[in-house]
Design a protein around this ligand. Structure first.
Ligand code: HEM
Length: 596
């Protein structure tokens, strides 16, 4: 026991109550009764008590009490627990089906919250992007890891950063990145070929990184089905590294080569930071609401994150300084235009120093650094998960896979340019359809900066029998935007909206969706849409082009139960193998030349 606790409790030490408390305490880990932890518990307890007593007040101040919504189960947690448990978006979808496109909820401490899949309401929020901020817990979680880059900057700061970063993702610049997307995809294809030839033995396949074999090689039925020219492969593991390597080269002209090697200092640190964001623990959850806990309760995980952030900051800072020197040389004519770097970081520094940007609008070094980490974070897991869902859909829809194979295998070039890649209509429809049905980001949250009135597409019957024509919302109310629900809505895509059918994109949708890409909300819309959406779509198309020409994807006969978990991005895991983290295991089979 801590000496402080001993002194406080000494006078009580004979009582039965104290004996009972002592036995409970002895069963707890030592750190939980450390004086610092006691202070933290006291703060948490006080906050919980205040929130509990404020609950009736919170409810009374709600300006949309008559809006239908599910009954409140917990005074303190509101609907927060129910919302986050289970398959991403399912609970919210059920509530929308039952109560309508805009639903009344309550958040932590009973604070009123809204859930919406109404395209009029969402359109309004996205069009007035700067009147609706991201919730503070998002910046509490991501700020210390990524720096204050585009993903979490707000208001004037965001507008200024966006103005500098936007030109970097123009179609002309994404075109320049095509060779990177294709070359890295060919590296992956070679690895799969070598692994299949060596029956899954990474050493025999000549791979330096040995953690590539699927965590479990598969059942007897899987092995038999794989045969001589196939192998059970956890495709997601490869897509994660593919996306990271692409971002390394396209992002900063730095080849992490994490596909082939496992000892790159910078890529390992980025990976650990990303893993830290994705492995949400109860303490981490509390830290996002009460950042002070990070200092009060030091953890091993926290220490590791601090070390990794130090490494990424140091390494990225070196890169930024090198790039700045090179760009100064370009401007002074020492470097010829052909020698100019075309990676995102160089483009960003050029954009930041261009005469078109006013001095007071330029990003400082810290902000430039924050963009680099932000782009790696925002562009990594999202795209790799999208590719994981894509091969899963191909495996389960052989007719789609065959049609795609016919298109990509008949293309005469191995290295199509940007325009050629975009001229393949079926590839376009497949990628579009995967991003619709399996949107990697299923929902987001916005919080109005001032009281506002939200429009709705049609009046809603209130619980008091009166029609609601619009919704008055107080500053600070959390509004959940249901990206996945809107993407799969029969009102937008017809009665078969939940089915995977690339050909649906031959006909116009029934309703307009306020998204930046393809009548979908997958990349959101408005001032804070996904700045990397062209990059992501082109990368997914390039990887699919390369892989679908050389391999066939098949489901495993053992049918491992794949479930989706929600941690910023929805990620597939095998239910019975959750200890291995996200996976998308499939049989990957080599295509034969005469297969058409
Ligand atoms: C399939 C892949 C991707 C999906 C589904 C996706 C989706 C999204 C979504 C939904 C948002 C809005 C989040 C919010 O405001 O709550 C977003 C923002 C963002 N994305 Fe992506 N993204 C993808 C790939 C990328 C890539 C490849 C990059 C960069 C290389 C990127 C960079 C960003 C950045 C910087 C933001 C913040 C933009 C801002 O607030 O101004 N994303 N993304």
């Amino acid at each position: 026991m801590s000496p402080l606790l001993d002194q406080i409790t000494a006078p009580l030490s004979d009582s039965a109550l104290f004996a009972a408390l002592r036995s409970i305490k002895d069963a707890l880990p030592a750190w939980t009764t450390h004086p610092v932890a006691l202070v933290a518990w006291w703060i948490l307890g006080s906050v919980a008590t205040i929130a509990f007593f404020l609950y009736p007040f919170q409810y009374l101040r709600c300006t949309f009490k008559t809006l239908p919504g599910p009954p409140r189960r917990s005074a303190f947690m509101g609907h927060a627990l129910e919302s986050s448990v289970g398959v991403p978006g399912v609970k919210h979808g059920q509530w929308i089906d039952k109560y309508g496109k805009v639903v009344r909820l309550s958040g932590l401490g009973g604070r009123p919250a809204l859930l919406t899949a109404d395209v009029t309401t969402i359109g309004y929020i996205l069009q007035h992007g700067y009147d609706f901020a991201k919730p503070s817990f998002a910046s509490n979680l991501l700020g210390p890891l990524l720096g204050w880059g585009l993903l979490i900057a707000e208001g004037a700061d965001h507008r200024r950063q966006r103005r500098v970063v936007q030109p970097v993702f123009s179609p002309a610049h994404v075109k320049l990145m095509m060779p990177v997307f294709l070359n890295k995809s060919y590296v992956l294809a070679k690895m799969w070929n070598d692994l299949i030839d060596s029956k899954g033995d990474p050493v025999k396949a000549g791979l330096e990184a040995t953690d590539f074999a699927a965590p479990n090689p598969g059942t007897a039925a899987d092995l038999q089905a794989a045969g001589e020219d196939g192998l059970k492969i956890d495709t997601l593991r490869f897509f994660n590294r593919l996306a990271l390597d692409i971002l390394g080269v396209a992002g900063m002209n730095n080849d992490f080569d994490s596909l082939r090697k496992s000892n790159n200092r910078l890529s390992n640190s980025y990976n650990d930071i990303i893993a830290a964001v994705h492995s949400m623990t109860p303490l981490l959850m509390m830290e996002t609401f009460f950042p002070i806990l990070r200092t009060l309760i030091p953890t091993k995980r926290g220490k590791l994150v601090v070390e990794n952030v130090k490494i990424t900051t140091e390494e990225s800072n070196k890169l930024v300084q090198e790039k700045k020197k090179r760009i100064a040389n370009e401007k002074s004519g020492v470097l010829a235009p052909a020698e100019m770097d075309k990676d995102i970081l160089s483009l960003l520094i050029r954009s930041n120093t261009s005469a078109e940007v006013r001095d007071d609008q330029r990003l400082n070094d810290e902000e430039v650094l924050a963009q680099v980490t932000t782009l790696l974070f925002a562009g990594h897991e999202t795209t790799s998960t999208g590719l994981g869902f894509l091969v899963e859909r191909l495996a389960n829809h052989p007719e789609v896979q065959q049609k795609l194979y016919e298109e990509v295998s008949q293309f005469p070039e191995e290295m199509p340019d940007f325009d050629q890649l975009n001229s393949l209509p079926y590839l376009d429809k497949v990628v579009h359809e995967v991003l619709r049905v399996d949107s990697p980001v299923m929902a987001t949250i916005r919080v109005p900066e001032k009281d506002c009135v939200l429009p709705i597409s049609k009046p809603i019957m209130g619980t008091d029998g009166k029609l609601i024509e619009s919704i008055h919302v107080k500053k600070g109310t959390s509004i959940y935007i249901e990206i996945g629900y809107v993407n799969n809505s029969p009102e937008v895509w017809g009665p078969d909206a939940h089915e995977f059918n690339p050909d649906r994109h031959d006909r116009p949708p029934l309703e307009k969706v306020p998204g930046v890409y393809g009548n979908l909300l997958s990349f959101l819309g408005g001032a804070r849409n996904c700045i990397g959406y062209r990059f992501a779509v082109t990368e997914m198309k390039a990887a699919t082009f390369v892989l679908a020409r050389q391999f066939k994807f098949e489901p495993l006969p053992s049918k491992p139960p794949i479930k989706r978990e929600w941690m910023v991005v929805q990620r597939p895991t095998v239910e019975t193998e959750s200890k291995y983290g996200p996976q998308m295991p499939l049989i990957v089979r080599k295509r034969h030349v005469d297969e058409l």
